[in-house]
Design a protein around this ligand. Structure first.
Ligand SMILES: [Mg+2]
Length: 461
């Protein structure tokens, strides 16, 4: 590229990103929806597309520009687009540990609306705490924290000259650009584009959720690389897999059936669902990081006037319940055992504990069952349900004479609930359908307690 052209590209780039960063609504070709669907000038150019990628968006003025621009590929050279999700597709991202928190808390940690600072997915300290933490993990390229099959695919995409290799994540551009770049670079992975969710898109778009951001991003990629005949998307979340498929079907339908709206012709699309590989942080680190989340939340809430309705949070150290905790792989087997009986929608899966007591365990009971962390074997016996709103599996200790304790009359594990059903409704199940021997299996549990995160009322002074 000649120098004047290069400079003009950079200028264009900076104008674009400045405009978007300050929410400066710009109008382009005057067509309706132009701001939501395409670049402000109505042209899908490589330069315009560059504003969707952090590799370009953070381009320093006048320096190292050529390094970044090398990764750009002429639009007509690209025949296939390979898109990789980050969390639990490429990288084994820790999730909140279901052994530490009750299900309400798990939901609250994952929600962007509970913590004023965003929670689990918005605090880069949590991702940075993966393994032994960023300082120790970076030199060893986060060894053991990758989905190596997907890493191999990225390496193949990198070598393939006519493939555009894209990393696409709903993590925020502001909070995670630096950390995700460090993680990816440590592994020697190179992407043509890295898309992280911006607060405001290159065309002043605001994205209500990750799926809408990813769809807008992909549309821009497909419209720019018009010669690509194929797009492959790797994604772990079933909901997102479905979302991509619907989006691409609708996109192709428009390209095929409507001459007036056809912009590039249909594209062969494949969305590949990647098996769940999520892991957990060291439990001590996790509790400390969640405590840090809460502290920074409380600092913000505390400094606000009484107008805000947001409340201070605290980790209530009281035990929520004591249970025989089930390993994630056995949770999956239990769900698989019952899933043919379940309706398609609205069910909340549990299958992670045999409740001993919904309170701290009295010492004499704990002693009888072998103490905290005692291991116990169980065999699955029958499947029961209550009013088509709760499903459970009854269990038998192995060996049958092994001492155990549950407050309920029959040891069982709640597999799924629906609507207003509560786990304790399991005691209302009258009839257990025996599980045929060919489907029966045994699994091991460990006695443990769960903590509970609760909202604490603002203190009155
Ligand atoms: Mg993911």
């Amino acid at each position: 590229m000649f120098l004047p052209q290069l400079l003009s590209s950079i200028r264009q780039l900076l104008r674009g990103s400045m405009g978007s960063r300050f929410g400066n609504a710009r109008h382009g070709n005057g067509l309706p929806n132009s701001a939501a669907n395409g670049p402000a000038n109505g042209l899908y150019t490589i330069t315009a597309l560059g504003r969707w990628s952090i590799l370009d968006a953070q381009l320093p003025v006048g320096s190292k520009a050529s390094l970044t621009l090398i990764r750009r590929v002429a639009a007509d050279k690209i025949k296939t687009i390979h898109v990789y999700d980050f969390d639990n597709t490429l990288f084994q991202t820790p999730l909140p540990n279901p052994k530490l928190w009750n299900s309400t808390t798990l939901g609250r940690l994952g929600s962007p609306d509970i913590f004023v600072n965003g929670g689990w997915w918005h605090d880069s300290r949590i991702l940075a705490a993966t393994g032994d933490g960023v300082e120790r993990e970076e030199p060893r390229a986060w060894n053991g924290w990758w989905n190596e099959k997907i890493v191999e695919l990225v390496q193949l995409s990198m070598k393939q000259k006519d493939a555009l290799c894209v990393l696409l994540t709903g993590r925020s551009e502001r909070g995670f650009s630096d950390l995700i770049k460090r993680i990816v670079t440590s592994k020697g992975l190179e992407f043509n584009m890295m898309g992280l969710k911006p607060e405001v898109g290159p065309n002043s778009e605001r994205f209500n959720n990750t799926m809408l951001f990813k769809q807008a991003f992909l549309k821009n990629v497909m419209e720019t690389y018009k010669h690509a005949q194929e797009i492959r998307i790797y994604e772990d979340r079933p909901k997102h897999v479905a979302g991509f498929r619907e989006f691409l079907d609708a996109y192709n339908e428009q390209q095929q059936t409507s001459h007036s709206q056809s912009t590039r012709g249909p594209i062969a699309a494949e969305v590949i669902q990647v098996a769940d590989i999520s892991t957990n942080l060291d439990p001590v680190v996790e509790v400390a990081e969640v405590q840090h989340l809460i502290n920074s939340h409380n600092a913000v809430v505390g400094s606000r006037s009484k107008r805000g309705r947001t409340e201070r949070l605290v980790i209530r150290k009281t035990v929520f319940f004591t249970s025989y905790m089930i390993k994630p792989e056995d949770t999956k087997r239990l769900i698989a055992l019952v899933s043919p009986n379940l309706p398609d929608n609205e069910v909340k899966y549990q299958a992670n504990a045999v409740i001993i007591t919904p309170r701290p365990c009295p010492p004499q009971v704990l002693e009888k069952i072998g103490g905290m962390h005692a291991k116990m074997q169980w065999g699955v016996m029958g499947i029961g349900s209550w009013e088509n709103n709760l499903w459970a599996v009854s269990l038998q200790p192995i060996p049958p004479s092994a001492p155990y304790h549950t407050d309920s009359n029959m040891p069982s594990v709640v597999i799924a609930t629906r609507r207003a059903a509560r786990p304790s409704d399991v005691n209302k199940i009258q009839h257990w359908q025996p599980i045929p021997p060919e489907n029966a299996f045994a699994f091991e549990t460990e006695v443990g307690e769960k903590l509970c995160l609760a909202e604490k009322q603002a203190e009155i002074h």
